[in-house]
Design a protein around this ligand. Sequence first.
Ligand code: NAD
Length: 331
Amino acid sequence: MKVAVFHTKRYDRNYLEKANESHGLTLKYFEPRLTPNTAALAKGFEAVSVFVHDQVDAEVLNILADGGTKFIALRCAGYNNVDLHKADELGIQVVRVPAYSPYSVAEFTVGLMLSLSRYLHRAYARVREGNFSIDGFVGMELHSKTIGIIATGKIGTLVARIVSSFGSKVLAYDKYPNEECKQLGVEYVASMDEIWKRCDLISLHCPLTPETEHLINEETLEKMKPGVMIINTSRGKLIDTTAAIQGLKKGRIGALGLDVYEEEENLFYEDLSDRVLQDDLIVRLFTFPNVLITSHQAFFTDTALHNIATTTLENLTTLAKHQSCPNEVKP
Ligand code: NAD
């Protein structure tokens, strides 16, 4: 099988090449993202592999179908960037990697909480400049604070487990509460409003859907405790960035940790350090001392990259053999 692998960096290639030793697929790597402008590169490839920022909408799918593509293998869990209805209509099967290492994201999430609550991001820079003052770094202990977790899937549950060990009180909202969290002592609440009202720190772990888009907005921010810490390692569009900036200016948000950002597609994973950034919102976010932004790297561990590569190639081999796959995503 010939696979066009889009939006690949050196690290993706290394792990995919290693995994391919036991599959023998023909992998052709393309550095650009999949967009209407690059989709023609996949002409003649039976399979296309994509990541979180690739555009797999109706326009792109039509081009891929015309070029003979039958399978799309996502190298990630989320599939909000794929028009599943269109893919189904064109007879293109979509597979994903449902779990590659929830530990990677959960541990990183708690890392953001700790960095912000103890000013590690600022202390690092201050000490390197020879400034050994600790003025302004009076921290907040997570012990005995109330932490709200929006969605207790694989990642949210692990975050609940880790912060429970700090002695934090954990509240959670999920449509489907799970036994593991209940046994940890997590208190499930009936509505998100209760999370907004009662929590000192809120961490987002739900998928991006029409229902969850801009979950954090002007109205929900007004309901939160003044000075709340918000952490988002899920998807950028869960937060209305303009509302978050207002919340930071007014002090309603005390700290904001983002591994994902609404308009990250044209920024994250690229070295833009010699360019003038045109995105005024992210530049405004940089100006707040209590905002910590990383470039969608919560997943980025050796274990996760290994699992992503092996599952992606296994998914494609299974599809080729059986015309179906347990990791297929349907509309
Ligand atoms: P999961 O599928 O295991 O869990 C998702 C949970 O969300 C489920 O428990 C589900 O019931 C709940 N949910 C769905 N819609 C909801 C709603 N409207 N309100 C409340 N709960 C809702 O997913 P996961 O593996 O825990 O991943 C969570 C998210 O993390 C993914 O959707 C993805 O966006 C993000 N993620 C980010 C990175 C990163 O590197 N930053 C890596 C992997 C995943």
